[in-house]
Design a protein around this ligand. Structure first.
Ligand SMILES: *[C@@H]1O[C@H](CO)[C@@H](O)[C@H](O)[C@H]1NC(C)=O
Ligand SMILES: *[C@@H]1O[C@H](CO)[C@@H](O)[C@H](O)[C@H]1NC(C)=O
Length: 232
């Protein structure tokens, strides 16, 4: 669960609240604010004739209950016309497996998260929010809500094989490729959380070193020290 630096930027996604004129509104209420860069209360951004869906970002591996409700849909039209509206959400985590990740209040449109998330299991949820009248008809165009699960560095790299075997001929030239080792990491690809570097823990005999390792590629080469089977 070690936390690496440089990931605070993702939190900037959190405090966005859009108001899109008359229609179904999405409020993103998840406002944990580690950097204190963001205002305490979501502010509304008005846009004409456009649906805007703001992504919600939730970090894996932590108790999110204090962030509830994480989102809310609201229909202005219903308010204007005095209609009784029922809100509904569908999608992964609610009506598709894994079930029970989210729950909602059909009267207020509030959406809560109920579970600790695992990015390696589900990196992304796409929900659809509905505002329905008494007959179950859409009062508004259904709204797409994207929920991204933020990665933490919760996976150790693992070697792809238990044993890597290399061989090299006696008296090989310096910088001959002997072998390549390989490991994988289940954390989010192309981030520091999944970046792997290799290191030689021990080498026998240690001195003079006859091999060196490229820490980024896992390739092991001979040094300029001459390999002599009768000695090594
Ligand atoms: C969502 O969470 C809020 C805050 O904890 C709570 O007041 C509300 O009752 C919850 N709603 C549902 C549908 O669980
Ligand atoms: C390492 O192993 C993985 C899984 O077997 C494979 O997909 C990947 O291509 C390998 N990488 C290298 C650099 O050999």
């Amino acid at each position: 669960m070690a936390r690496s630096p440089g990931r605070a930027y993702a939190l900037l996604l959190l405090l966005i609240c859009f108001n899109v004129g008359s229609g179904l509104h999405l409020q993103v209420l998840s406002t944990r604010n580690e950097n204190k860069l963001l205002p305490k209360h979501p502010h509304l951004v008005r846009q004409k004739r456009a649906w805007i869906t703001a992504p919600v970002a939730l970090r894996e591996g932590e108790d999110l209950s204090k962030k509830n409700p994480i989102a809310k849909i609201h229909s202005d039209l219903a308010e204007e016309r005095g209609l009784k509206i029922t809100y509904k959400y569908t999608g992964k985590g609610i009506t598709e497996p894994p079930f029970g990740i989210f729950v909602f209040n059909k009267d207020t449109g509030e959406l809560n998260v109920t579970s600790i998330l695992d990015r390696e299991e589900t990196p992304f949820f796409l929900l659809t929010g509905y505002a329905l009248d008494a007959r179950g008809n859409n009062v508004e165009k259904p709204l797409e809500l994207r929920i991204k699960v933020l990665d933490i560095n919760d996976n150790e790299p693992v070697f792809t094989q238990d044993v890597f075997v290399g061989s090299v001929e006696e008296l090989s030239a310096a910088h001959t490729l002997v072998m390549k080792i390989n490991a994988t990491d289940a954390d989010e690809p192309n981030t520091l959380n999944s970046k792997i570097s290799y290191r030689i823990v021990s080498l026998e005999p240690a001195y003079p070193p006859v091999f060196y390792l490229n820490k980024d590629t896992g390739e092991i080469y001979t040094t300029s020290v001459t390999l002599d089977r009768e000695v090594s």
